[in-house]
Design a protein around this ligand. Structure first.
Ligand SMILES: [Zn+2]
Length: 204
């Protein structure tokens, strides 16, 4: 017999739907929320409500925003001639944390993956073409992950822009040995990639 009353069991079931959360963690979190219900449960439910009601996709770059356009698209100091293409909104956060890139973004919300049944029409690729066609873009930097899907998407973007006869440079972020990493611990794919994307001394 289930030792927990139904409302608590329902909360555990909902928490278990989150990525990386199993039965044990969901139970621990549910009991924690219950124990601090005077503070936590009210704030948590109001945050969930606000997120669901106020967050939508920026109509320009498809990043998350609670305004008409996202903060990056609205920023006049960003360079609109550069578009960095990423898989999901969390990639924008990761790239922004480096404080190096000053252009705009385009969030695809997925990668092309024939094995999972995701085709080019299932992600925001036609919007990317339209955006490049209707604005002054000089370079598209494809910053998808160095996976089979990330590489396929990069090649698809490059071909798509070429077929559309859009005069824009397409580049790919480098991948290889991470800072602090050691060659002897790297897998073959990482080493091959590091060699393929090597830089000349004059470019460093
Ligand atoms: Zn935006």
């Amino acid at each position: 017999m289930d030792p927990y009353p139904k409302p608590l069991r329902d909360l555990i079931s909902q928490l278990k739907r989150l990525p990386g959360i199993g039965e044990k963690t969901a139970t621990r979190l549910a009991l924690f929320i219950l124990a601090d219900r005077a503070n936590l449960s009210g704030e948590l439910s109001s945050c969930l409500k606000r997120v669901s009601e106020q967050i939508h996709l920026c109509p320009v770059c498809f990043n998350l925003t609670d305004s008409q356009r996202c903060a990056i698209c609205r920023n006049p100091e960003r360079d609109p001639s550069l578009i960095c293409v990423v898989e999901e909104p969390s990639d924008v956060l990761a790239l922004e944390s480096a404080h190096v890139y000053r252009g705009l973004y385009h969030v695809l919300h997925g990668l092309i993956s024939p094995l999972s049944g995701v085709g080019p029409e299932d992600i925001r690729l036609s919007e990317l073409i339209e955006r490049i066609r209707t604005s002054q873009v000089s370079e598209v930097i494809v910053a998808t992950n160095p996976s089979v899907e990330g590489e396929s998407t990069f090649h698809y973007v490059a071909k798509m822009l070429q077929d559309a006869h859009l005069s824009v440079n397409v580049s790919r972020i480098a991948s290889g040995i991470p800072m602090g990493g050691e060659l002897k611990y790297m897998d073959q794919v990482t080493i091959a990639s590091a060699l393929r994307y090597r830089r000349s001394l004059k470019d460093i």
